[in-house]
Structures are given as C-alpha cells and as structure tokens.
Design a binder for this molecule. Structure first.
Ligand SMILES: *[C@@H]1O[C@H](CO)[C@@H](O)[C@H](O)[C@H]1NC(C)=O
Ligand SMILES: *[C@@H]1O[C@H](CO)[C@@H](O)[C@H](O)[C@H]1NC(C)=O
Ligand SMILES: *[C@@H]1O[C@H](CO)[C@@H](O)[C@H](O)[C@H]1NC(C)=O
Ligand SMILES: *[C@@H]1O[C@H](CO)[C@@H](O)[C@H](O)[C@H]1NC(C)=O
Length: 117
C-alpha cells in the first residue's frame, strides 16, 4: 500500500469513529412507588439524546408525581434536576447516578447540559 493511501485510510477510519460518537444524553426510570426495586409495571423510562436538553420544566404527564428515580446512565456534562413543584419554582436537587426517593417527591424535572463543550 502506498504511504499516502495508508494515510487516507487512517483518516477515513478516524472520521468513521468520530461519526459514531455517542449522542445519548441519559436515561432514567421513575416510579410512583417509594423505594426500590422499581417493579416493571409501575415504572416509566425517560431517555434523552444530546440536543434535547433545554431549560424547560418537564412533568410526568397529567397530574402524576413520582417518588423514586433510578438514573441508568447520564452524560457527565449534563444535569438531571428534580423539583417538588410542577412549575419548577422550588429549590431543586441535582441527582447523581443512582436510585433514590427524595423526601418531597418528584413533580417535575429539567434536563440541562451546562458543562457541554
Ligand atoms: C405489579 O407489581 C406489583 C408489585 O411487584 C405486583 O404485586 C402486581 O401483581 C403487578 N401487577 C401486574 C399487572 O403485573
Ligand atoms: C425542551 O426539551 C424537551 C425534551 O426534549 C422537549 O420536549 C421540548 O419541546 C423542548 N423545548 C424547547 C423550547 O425546545
Ligand atoms: C388531566 O387532569 C385534569 C384534572 O384532573 C383532568 O380534568 C383532565 O381530563 C386530564 N387530562 C388528561 C388528558 O388526562
Ligand atoms: C408554582 O406552583 C406553586 C404551587 O402550585 C405556587 O404556589 C407558585 O406560586 C407557582 N410559582 C410560579 C412562579 O408560578
């Protein structure tokens, strides 16, 4: 193989792997049941891709408040912020990558990526 052909092959490879970059932002399960484990029949899964992050206050559908959240994976450049009020007006709490039951319940959430470059 010619040296220049090899270089072309390498940059084509680099390009291919860059195109395969993970566009997932994160995913979590929520349940109205307090505590774990989350049983499948009372759990909803939410999944976000990069670009679906914004400052909107999101709820779990009409008048549903959740109690337990289980973060499956989360991009370290992004935050999952939970609220007790459906209008996101209260003091918020940022979740880590874990399963927990916040005291005041979970009425709404925001998905933001403040550290994205
Ligand atoms: C839902 O899960 C609960 C607790 O695990 C169980 O008792 C119940 O039978 C399940 N219901 C259905 C419809 O699967
Ligand atoms: C914000 O993101 C959510 C979830 O991806 C989406 O449903 C909503 O339309 C977005 N809002 C704006 C103003 O882009
Ligand atoms: C949402 O909840 C309100 C108040 O409980 C009810 O009147 C309305 O019909 C519900 N809407 C849907 C789409 O379930
Ligand atoms: C948000 O909702 C709470 C509870 O319903 C209410 O007391 C508060 O005034 C609302 N805040 C805003 C900014 O709408």
């Amino acid at each position: 193989m010619h040296f220049s052909t090899l270089l072309t092959a390498i940059s084509a490879l680099t390009f291919a792997s860059a195109a395969a970059v993970d566009t997932r932002l994160g995913a979590f399960d929520v349940s109205v049941i307090r505590g774990r484990p989350l049983s499948l029949n009372n759990t909803q899964t939410y999944e976000f891709a990069l670009g679906q992050d914004n400052n909107s206050c999101l709820t779990f559908g009409n008048s549903t408040n959740m109690n337990t959240v289980d973060v499956k994976f989360w991009n370290p450049q992004c935050l999952l912020t939970l609220f007790e009020e459906r209008n996101c007006s209260d003091l918020s709490v940022v979740t880590g990558p874990n399963c927990w039951t916040p005291d005041g319940g979970i009425a709404a959430f925001k998905v933001t990526c403040p550290y994205r470059n």
